[in-house]
Design a protein. Structure first.
Length: 144
């Protein structure tokens, strides 16, 4: 009888290990931009938006609560990557927008996805299939 409580049989541990390995590969590339991995995710979300977004919207995009996101955004504002301001329509709402510096580093970051894809060693069809399977898993887990 197989023991299902072995570490190497846990899907959660495989995903955790893959996440750590990916972060290690991202680190040197992001260091050149002066970004940590969580900051890179914020930048990806903001580069995709032509206008300012609220902290709440950004939190929803990144699946982060405001207690985690707010200190991250404060550090990024000190690095001149973004601006935070109160909404003129609702003082309780904080708007986040890219600074000129934040917009400019986008061009330096453009090569990161291709470099990371190359590091996976996967053919494109397998890479796309893996992404699709992970999306399906995330959807199923979110519905639980």
């Amino acid at each position: 009888m197989s023991d299902t409580l072995q570490l190497e049989k846990q899907l959660c541990f495989r995903l955790y290990s893959v996440n750590k390995a990916m972060n290690r590969l991202y680190a040197p590339m992001l260091k050149e931009l002066g970004l940590t991995y969580p900051q890179y995710l914020v930048m990806l979300a903001l580069w995709d938006k032509p206008k300012a977004v609220t902290v709440k919207q950004l939190g929803e995009m990144l699946d982060l609560d405001s207690g985690t996101l707010s200190p991250l955004l404060k550090r990024m504002e000190k690095q001149a990557l973004l601006h935070r301001s109160r909404s003129e329509f609702d003082e309780r709402s904080v708007q986040v927008s890219l600074s000129a510096h934040g917009k400019n580093i986008r061009s330096k970051a453009k090569l990161i996805p291709a470099k990371m894809f190359a590091k996976t060693g996967l053919p494109l069809d397998e890479f796309l299939m893996l992404n699709n399977k992970l999306d399906q898993l995330l959807t199923r887990l979110s519905e639980s």
